[in-house]
Design a protein around this ligand. Structure first.
Ligand code: NAD
Ligand code: TYD
Length: 348
């Protein structure tokens, strides 16, 4: 019997990880800890919330005393740490929120695990991003040996948290593992990131704000493939190691947006080319990384993981999910979302 804490389990990736673990490991006790910020939504977990091996706890990882008391009481065997502020544009507006949640929150969890976690057979698994490596030119890939060169407040906060995790391993012998993943897409993603934002805007005939010339490149991974990688690394990863996760699936933003527009036109029964007319080039993001591309051969070679889904198929499934879940979309885009949207895009 294992008791595993998953932080940020009400968010986009976290909800997929919780779902996978709760269903696949009925003998594990899965505790989902989440503050339920704008990005956390318990509607993401309706299908597993009644299962006997699942429990939700509303708590804030930035509260160190509460984390210590919780870990003392629960004696977790493992932690899968996903809770974070995750959106680059928000980090440009409010960097300190990212320092507090991503850096201090992570150190609170490391301290709590060191004090009361299973330091012999347990594991503290930190989920991170490829953005810590900075930006690439037209060629090359990020490997586990690439040096850190974060450019945004978001990636700087994630890089910092990665370093703290490594430091707790070296200094305090905490059993840790880190993975750095490329851009995820799929169901339940908050519509501030490129793909769900553009699906939402196309649906509502709103402009599609393309930053700069749309030439930046991202390496997209189906979120359920990320969740499967997390499962494999949690169970078989080497303690103290880092694993890169990516789909070998690079897209220039504007090319991806054109495919998305075409699929949306077909699914909504609109005139071919009508969604593309919504494309609006806006002021570029400050410090916008040009290209991300992950070399995930270590994970593939050592742990046998590989991505399962071809991109156009994954994109089509993602659009279908958003079109079938308009109530979810309405709930998450009401209220505070409108304020953020105005602040982010009005002056662009
Ligand atoms: P998300 O923003 O959708 O979800 C984050 C979750 O963390 C939310 O449920 C939120 O309520 C919770 N949270 C935030 N602050 C908290 C706090 N102080 N205490 C407790 N809970 C808190 O993010 P996501 O896209 O699912 O990303 C999850 C993790 O994966 C993050 O660590 C992110 O850096 C990393 N990551 C994301 C991507 C991506 O493409 N989205 C890629 C690689 C790595
Ligand atoms: P995003 O989904 O924010 O992920 P990240 O910045 O973490 O890679 O953005 C993906 C790409 O899409 C990135 O190059 C920025 C671009 N982008 C736009 O052009 N317009 C938008 O409105 C958003 C949110 C992103």
């Amino acid at each position: 019997m294992k008791k595993i804490l998953i932080t940020g389990g009400a968010g986009f990736i976290g909800s997929h990880v919780v779902r996978l673990f709760v269903r696949k490991y009925p003998t594990y006790e899965i505790v989902n800890l989440d503050k339920l910020t704008y990005a956390g939504n318990l509607e993401n977990l309706r299908d597993v919330e009644k299962l006997p091996n699942y429990r939700f706890l509303k708590a804030d990882i930035t509260d160190g005393d509460t984390m210590l008391q919780l870990f003392e009481k629960e004696k977790f065997n493992g932690v899968i740490h996903l809770a974070a502020e995750s959106h680059v544009d928000r980090s440009i507006l409010n960097p300190m929120d990212f320092v507090i949640t991503n850096v201090i929150g992570t150190v609170n969890l490391l301290n709590a695990f060191k004090a009361h976690g299973d330091m012999t057979d347990g594991l503290f698994y930190h989920i991170s991003t490829d953005e810590v490596y900075g930006t690439l030119g037209d060629s090359g890939f990020f490997t586990e040996e690439t040096s850190y060169q974060p450019n945004s407040p978001y990636s700087a906060s994630k890089a910092s948290s990665d370093h703290f995790v490594r430091a707790w391993h070296e200094t305090f012998k905490l059993p840790v593992v880190i993975s750095n993943c490329s851009n995820n897409y799929g169901s339940h993603q908050f519509p501030e990131k490129l793909i769900p934002l553009f699906i939402h805007n196309i649906k509502n005939y709103k402009p599609l704000p393309v930053y700069g010339k749309g030439e930046n490149v991202r390496d997209w991974l189906w979120v359920e493939d990320h969740a499967r990688a997390i499962d494999v690394i949690f169970h078989n990863g080497k303690k103290g190691d880092t694993y890169n996760i990516g789909g070998h699936n690079e897209w220039k933003n504007i090319d991806l947006i054109r495919v998305l527009c075409k699929q949306m036109d077909e699914k909504l029964g609109r005139e071919p080319g009508s969604s593309e007319k919504l494309i609006t080039y806006v002021t570029d993001r400050s410090g916008h990384d040009f290209r991300y591309a992950i070399d995930s051969s270590k994970l593939q070679r050592e742990l046998g993981w590989k991505p399962s889904l071809q991109f156009e198929e994954g994109l089509s499934k993602t659009i279908d999910w958003y079109l079938a879940n308009s109530e979810w979309l309405e709930h998450v885009t009401s209220g505070a979302y409108q304020n953020y949207y105005e602040q982010q895009y009005a002056a662009r």
